[in-house]
Design a protein around this ligand. Structure first.
Ligand SMILES: [Zn+2]
Length: 172
């Protein structure tokens, strides 16, 4: 089934641990309104930037439990986050537009990847009411250069841990 025009349930629930796909599917189907809300903004990005591959989608509790170091609080577990790989556009462009030009609300927009300084996907998550208002519209890339924050058009970045290292250990 389709979640939105261009995003399907099968790509959302896919995991390399294929034995957990049925559980992922059951979990997502039981929470369909939230899943549709999750893909509202990605569809807007799809319309603007072309094809998007879903890297990491949902992690049902059973799947999350068998992943080493996986956070139980991850929005992926709560059907509130999705990793988006842009096949026809630069992920930086999409991230910048989402963060500063789109006017869209979100929880987090994080550039992530396997290699420091070379983001390959955008972690997008839902904001309120799923996430506390004071923790919404968080924009992060993975660099730790504190000067970088203040040079982005005067907007404040949330300084983060070296998130990219952390995420490598947590990927599905
Ligand atoms: Zn993610």
């Amino acid at each position: 089934m389709q979640i939105t025009t261009n995003f399907s349930m099968s790509e959302y629930v896919f995991t390399r641990r294929t034995e957990y796909i049925p559980a992922n599917l059951k979990y997502a189907e039981a929470n369909l309104p939230k899943v549709r809300e999750l893909f509202r903004v990605p569809q807007i990005l799809r319309n603007k930037y072309g094809r998007i591959r879903v890297g990491s989608g949902v992690r049902c509790p059973e799947l999350n439990a068998v992943i080493p170091n996986a956070s139980k609080k991850s929005q992926h577990v709560k059907l509130e986050a999705v990793d988006l790989e842009f096949l026809d556009a630069n992920v930086w462009d999409a991230w910048e537009w989402l963060c500063w030009e789109s006017g869209l609300q979100f929880g987090q927009a994080i550039l992530e990847g396997d290699e420091h300084g070379k983001p390959t996907w955008l972690h997008y998550s839902l904001g309120t009411p799923y996430r506390a208002a004071n923790r919404c519209n968080e924009k992060m890339d993975w660099r730790q250069d504190p000067d970088w924050e203040s040079t982005r058009n005067g907007y404040t970045f949330h300084q983060t841990r070296p998130l990219w290292l952390d995420k490598m250990a947590r990927r599905v």
